[in-house]
Design a protein around this ligand. Structure first.
Ligand SMILES: NC(=O)c1ccc[n+]([C@@H]2O[C@H](COP(=O)([O-])OP(=O)(O)OC[C@H]3O[C@@H](n4cnc5c(N)ncnc54)[C@H](OP(=O)(O)O)[C@@H]3O)[C@@H](O)[C@H]2O)c1
Length: 310
């Protein structure tokens, strides 16, 4: 089979398409013929060698955790899926999964049936970002209907899904991005938009119940400022919460890490099928263009998601 192979740590120029062996499945796995695979910032952090997950790999490496495709083989313990099912999921994260390939072996617990309304491209874009948004808002953020939430980087892969999930759960949503993304973020349901290039967030809002920060060191201290006493700050990209708590000891501040969850994948599928969650795919690229996909993602100005296919 063909796969996008990373030959060394460093830049995106180290990707090449190569012929490799098809993966073997265990009793708990299905073999998926991959129709599309997604990329996430964790991929370029692993590619460059800076991510902690990078330690689990040795070259040549096949990266990627998000995939959508059709089941072509099932292990003897598999009960939820059959050959011919269209499935999608975030596989093995943060351990190696090898999604940048024509076939992937995946534990059935990491997969869900692809909603019929969803293309394979949109399905490949969804899992890691949607699980992060769902778990960030509900499991970690304890979002309640009627609360006000600020979502930093509301136009990005995670943020654009978080806006929609927060609206689906009945909250008032304020989203940040640069001005070019205002119409996009409002189209997702945001009640208010702040252009971070022209406005300091803490000058525009206050007394917020929950901040979901999908940006990082550039936003985290503004995020902490806007919270009401006792408010919650959930970050997916900044870890030094002791520094945040030194400035705002009266809030809950936490960095989360997404985890696989069949139940959460079912919730995401339901939101999609009910028309409450739409996946925006900025670019669908052939696998040979993986270097451009990584470079675009590293710009930190992608709106929605990027997916690739063989
Ligand atoms: N901990 C976890 O489990 C977990 C899970 C998923 C992702 N992450 C991390 O979370 C981060 C976001 O992931 P992602 O996939 O959403 O990234 P992404 O798609 O690359 O995010 C890009 C978006 O960020 C916006 N942005 C950039 N700088 C901003 C700023 N200062 N204020 C507000 N918005 C800003 C951009 O809007 P403009 O173009 O308008 O500037 C763009 O739409 C990454 O660092 C990723 O590694 C962590």
């Amino acid at each position: 089979m063909k796969a996008v192979v990373l030959t060394d740590w460093g830049g995106a120029e180290n990707f090449t398409v190569q012929e490799v062996a098809k993966p073997a499945i265990t009793a708990d796995d299905v073999l998926i013929e991959v129709k599309a695979f997604g990329v996430n910032p964790a991929d370029y952090k692993t590619r460059s060698g800076v991510a902690p997950y990078a330690k689990a790999y040795s070259h040549p490496i096949i990266l990627g955790w998000d995939a959508a495709g059709v089941v072509v083989e099932t292990g003897s313990n598999v009960s939820r899926f059959a050959v011919g099912d269209a499935v999608y999921g975030m596989i093995n994260f943060p351990s190696p999964a090898h999604a940048y390939a024509e076939y992937i072996a995946a534990p059935e617990a990491h997969l869900a049936i692809k909603p019929e309304s969803l293309s394979f491209e949109a399905a490949a874009a969804a899992p890691l970002a949607a699980l992060t948004a769902l778990q960030g808002l509900l499991e970690h953020g304890k979002l309640q209907a009627g609360e006000t939430i600020l979502i930093q980087a509301a136009s990005g892969g995670v943020g654009h899904l978080a806006v929609q999930i927060a609206k689906a759960y009945g909250s008032r949503v304020i989203g940040t991005a640069s001005g070019k993304n205002e119409a996009f973020v409002k189209s997702l349901g945001a009640d208010e938009f702040i252009d971070y290039k022209t406005t300091k967030v803490a000058d525009a809002v206050s007394n917020v119940d929950l901040v979901f920060d999908c940006s990082g060191a550039d936003t985290i201290f503004e995020s902490a400022k806007v919270l009401k006493p006792g408010g919650r700050l959930i970050s997916i990209a900044y870890g030094a919460m002791d520094k945040v708590l030194a400035e705002r000891p009266d809030i809950h501040a936490e960095r989360m890490l997404v985890h696989t969850s069949a139940a959460d994948m079912e919730t995401i599928s339901s939101l999609i099928s009910e028309g409450k969650l739409t996946i925006t795919v900025q670019d669908v690229l052939p696998a040979e263009r993986m270097p451009q996909a990584h470079q675009q993602l590293e710009s930190r100005h992608t709106s929605g998601k990027i997916v690739l296919h063989f």
